[in-house]
Design a protein around this ligand. Structure first.
Ligand code: NOJ
Length: 584
């Protein structure tokens, strides 16, 4: 539960006399109960780029299973697997042609079952990525809709509509595709004349389902049960804010120039955040609750403000929602403090855990973002060869600090494969390698997400850094990744890999995921953010100089030289520390 951000009346508690740190009143109380998802650390695997067992250049399920022991040593509770279903791969698998199968690119259904059961033997749950907003244009249902007449039941599974004006040559409304261009694509009639249009929020190969149709709802209930029966530990729900469209598909006045980004007002758009969504989520929650082991629903809902996003995790809805406001926050003390406070307040109000995330497959990795000069990057954006390049040493130092600080916050956390190696993006990837439809649909104007999706390095001196036995890779890797390969980091106590392992073990031992939170007030140190989570103090120094530490016993440093400085009572530039409070 949370207390008002600006609660006053309680005198500030000095933890040591003369310390510039004054503890503020409690903002968030410890959570009770042992529901695993309230404190879970979930590791995202992007199957294409994790480990290729066959040499095809594409990662696969058997490759993931083989590496499960290594994931287990990281100390995560669950793995979220990005889509591995049959798909033409026009959007890297987020264009699904069969929700209840495995694409031969990634293996077989048997491989999926082996992965789920082997993960369970390590105490790791597998969270399946469900893509309910749209399918592939090669899904049987869409093929049937194309073959059927306007007005048919088959077409009613999707959003088909007649065009406007002479010859129906104008799309049915002004909605856009989030990947660029119009959201409407016209299909021919059986006689070859121009026919109806269908709506796609993403690529033209990704037609949106019509969620007002009960048959669509039934279809997905069957899919959820299919994966729960196979032992899935829950679902990540793709684009969970867009499934329902406003009745009548009215024009959207909020985007007169058709530009959806950045930070456009989702809340008022007729294709987002429609109230009918919540009946579907309530039903899905009931289905999950029928199964043992508390399978979770985690929503990818790009909704603002956070108080509105909380509707997605209100009682009886989903368990968790990604906190994109946190991910988007720049290297800025006040902005971070604000988003942390607002997140805890918004989610506490509905008794849901807050989640924290810094990287995923849709956004430039945080080691890259923090190496740039506070450039605001939104989901779907990346850094290309023609952009200013990041300072990689600075980016890595800040990324390590940001992760340590994030893992010290109460709630759940999401990690993206490779961040535990300190990977940044491939920022100089040549255009001809790019596969992201964002790049293709915007004619290269938006560089897209390929840079953060590059196959990860395992062995410093093997072909493709050990990603595949043949050296094949579906995207080329940067040439300077040998030093970041897992085998190099494995036994180096100062490595990023060992920082993640230690942080996760300590987080669990100290119960930080279920802990409380109070900020410190430190006006003399305007670029230092300090919190207390139960008995642990976590301090993030966002400035370029060393700063004094609050009193406490050091537990963890993001900076390999952190101990030397801490012995002098200091925290180095761009670094973070955990301390055990001395007064408990
Ligand atoms: C969000 C996914 O994370 C992204 O990768 C995908 O392109 C879109 N949804 C469309 O499914």
């Amino acid at each position: 539960m949370s207390l008002p951000l600006d609660a006053s009346g309680t005198p500030d508690t000095q933890i040591t006399s003369g310390s510039p740190y004054a503890l503020q009143p409690l903002l968030h109380e410890s959570s009770e109960g042992e529901q695993w998802w309230r404190r879970a650390v979930i590791y995202q695997i992007y199957p294409r780029s994790f480990k290729d067992s066959t040499g095809s250049g594409m990662g696969d399920l058997a490759g993931i299973t083989a590496e499960l022991p290594k994931i287990a040593t990281l100390g995560v509770d669950a793995i979220w697997l990005s889509p591995f279903f049959p798909s033409p791969q026009k959007d890297a698998g987020y264009d699904v042609s069969d929700y209840r199968g495995v694409d031969p690119l990634f293996g077989t259904m048997e491989d999926a079952k082996t992965l789920i059961s082997t993960a369970a033997s390590f105490g790791i749950r597998i969270i399946i990525d469900i893509v309910p907003n749209h399918c592939s244009n090669e899904h049987e249902l869409f093929k049937a809709a194309l073959a059927a007449a306007p007005g048919s039941g088959e077409r009613a599974m999707f959003h088909f509509a007649d065009g406007l004006g002479e010859g129906g040559n104008t799309p049915p409304n002004n909605w856009f595709s989030l990947f660029g261009g119009s959201g409407w694509t016209r299909v021919p009639n059986p006689d070859g004349t121009p026919g109806q249009y269908y709506f796609h929020l993403f690529d033209a190969t990704q037609p949106d389902f019509n969620w007002r149709n009960p048959e669509v709802q039934e279809e997905f209930e069957t899919t959820l049960r299919f994966w729960l029966d196979a032992g899935a530990g829950g679902f990540r729900i793709d684009v969970a804010h867009a499934m329902f469209k406003k009745e009548g598909l009215p024009n959207w006045g909020g985007a007169p120039d058709g530009t959806p980004r950045p930070g456009f007002p989702f809340a008022d758009a007729p294709m987002f955040a429609q109230p009918e969504l919540h009946q579907v989520f309530a039903r899905w929650r009931e289905i999950c609750d029928e199964y043992p082991g508390e399978p979770v629903l985690c929503s990818e809902a790009n909704v603002r403000p956070l108080t509105r996003l909380a509707d997605w995790v209100a009682p009886g809805q989903m368990h968790q929602s990604f906190n994109f406001d946190y991910l988007r926050t720049l290297w800025d003390r006040d902005a971070l403090a604000t988003v942390i406070g607002e997140s805890l307040q918004a989610f506490d109000a509905v008794d849901a855990p807050t989640t924290w995330v810094l990287s995923n497959h849709d956004v430039s990795r945080h080691a890259t973002r923090f190496g740039l000069d506070n450039v605001a990057l939104d989901l779907g954006d990346g850094i290309g060869p023609r952009d200013p390049q990041p300072d990689t040493a600075l980016g890595l130092a800040r990324a390590r600090a940001a992760t340590v600080f994030m893992l010290g916050l109460p709630g759940g956390a999401y990690l993206y494969q490779g961040e535990e190696l300190g990977l940044g993006d491939h920022t100089t990837l040549a255009d001809h390698f790019r596969q992201d439809p964002t790049f293709l649909r915007s004619n290269g104007e938006r560089i897209g997400r390929d840079g953060c999706r590059v196959p990860i390095p395992w062995v410093h001196d093997a072909p493709a850094y050990g990603f595949s036995p043949t050296g094949n890779t579906w995207l080329p890797q940067p040439t300077d990744w040998a030093k970041l390969a897992r085998d190099v980091q494995q036994d180096d106590p100062a490595s990023t890999l060992n920082l993640y392992r230690t942080a996760l073990a300590l987080r669990s031992e100290l119960g930080l995921g279920l802990g409380s939170l109070a900020f410190f007030k430190n006006p003399d140190l305007p670029e230092v953010l300090a919190i207390r989570n139960s008995n642990t103090i976590s301090v993030l120094n966002l400035s370029a100089v060393s700063v004094p530490l609050p009193a406490g016993e050091p537990l963890l440093y993001s900076d390999p030289d952190g101990a030397t400085l801490a012995a002098q009572g200091l925290l180095g530039a761009n670094s973070a520390i955990w301390l055990r409070a001395i007064d408990h």
